[in-house]
Design a protein around this ligand. Structure first.
Ligand SMILES: CN(C)C(=N)NCCC[C@H](N)C(=O)O
Length: 300
């Protein structure tokens, strides 16, 4: 692993920024119900394998110098490992999640308790929303998914709470039911040229949403169906290092062509629940972070 952008390509220089994230160990992980097409409760899962794979993700993040907090897992809430769905945190405010399916609803208050204890201001949700699963900060704008989980009324709630532009994107394929299965944020802080780039899966969106993405992100990486089909887009970037599903081979090449450093991790056991790298990672966006804290992390 390296945090120095390659100098021998034509791709723009990339800068890693230190990330501050929340994760949840999958001690109680299993697939005991079906709320997305990936889940097959009739098939066995291996909790210790899930924990081991999750630990490899933690190890990578530690090597990258990330600041990681952990929320205690709760017995009976097997999906709690997908911390990205636990809320949306920005500007010191945590907008709590209000899960659509009863099986996950107790996670909302559990995550809000953690946010409060961490000193964040909690905005209790009135509208159904699944946190960072559907809300992604790109540049200064919040892109908000709807169609399967988060209600579009939650986008209005977001705009009121944060006073930022919120752009609604409609998802149309049930296999890509959260926005973070269909868009990867590659530049969590604007890049040197002021832009923030993404990768996305075209077939996951309706036409009006696609038009928005094409206009706003002309240099985006267009993901292949093959890579998206293993949740390859469900990745997490520090602006240079992009942690992705190990099997997302073409996505790794596309990232390299653009000057990023892909790092593959095998989370196949957690894929059985319908989640990947990004689902396990809630970006806490601490107040005061931004390009000003961009730094070379010196990891080798
Ligand atoms: C990228 N994705 C999908 C996520 N952000 N979250 C995964 C949630 C999985 C859970 N079984 C569910 O269906 O809610």
């Amino acid at each position: 692993m390296s945090n120095t952008a390659p100098s021998t390509t034509d791709a723009p220089a990339r800068t890693a920024t230190k990330r501050t994230i929340l994760m949840c160990k999958p001690d109680f992980y299993t697939v005991s119900y079906r709320i997305n097409p990936w889940m097959h409760p009739e098939e066995p899962t291996d909790t210790s394998k899930a924990v081991a794979q999750w630990q490899t993700l933690v190890d990578v993040y530690e090597q990258l110098g990330f600041d990681i907090s952990y929320i205690d897992p709760i017995d009976g809430l097997p999906d709690m490992v997908y911390a990205a769905n636990g809320g949306f945190v920005l500007d010191g405010i945590a907008y709590g999640a209000k899960f659509q399916y009863p099986e996950r609803q107790p996670e909302g208050p559990a995550y809000m308790d953690w946010f409060r204890q961490a000193g964040l201001t909690v905005a209790e949700p009135e509208q159904t929303n699944e946190g960072e699963g559907d809300f992604l900060l790109i540049g200064n704008t919040i892109y908000a998914g709807t169609g399967f989980r988060s209600d579009s009324t939650s986008h209005d709630e977001l705009a009121t709470i944060y006073g930022r532009e919120v752009v609604t994107l409609k998802l149309i394929n049930p296999s890509f039911y959260h926005l973070d299965t269909a868009i990867a944020v590659l530049d969590p802080e604007p890049a040197a040229d002021g832009t923030s780039n993404i990768a996305y899966l075209e077939s996951a969106f309706d036409e009006p949403s696609l038009a928005i993405l094409r206009e706003r992100f002309p240099d985006a990486i267009i993901a292949t169906e093959e890579d998206a089909a293993i949740l390859g887009l469900n990745s997490y970037s520090d602006g240079y290092n992009v942690v992705i599903a190990a099997r997302a081979v073409r996505f790794a090449e596309q990232l390299q062509e653009k000057g990023y450093n892909p790092i593959g991790v095998d989370l196949s056991e957690l894929l059985l629940g319908g989640g990947g790298v990004k689902c396990c990672t809630l970006d806490l966006h601490p107040v005061g972070t931004g390009t000003s804290v961009a730094r070379s992390l010196g990891v080798s």
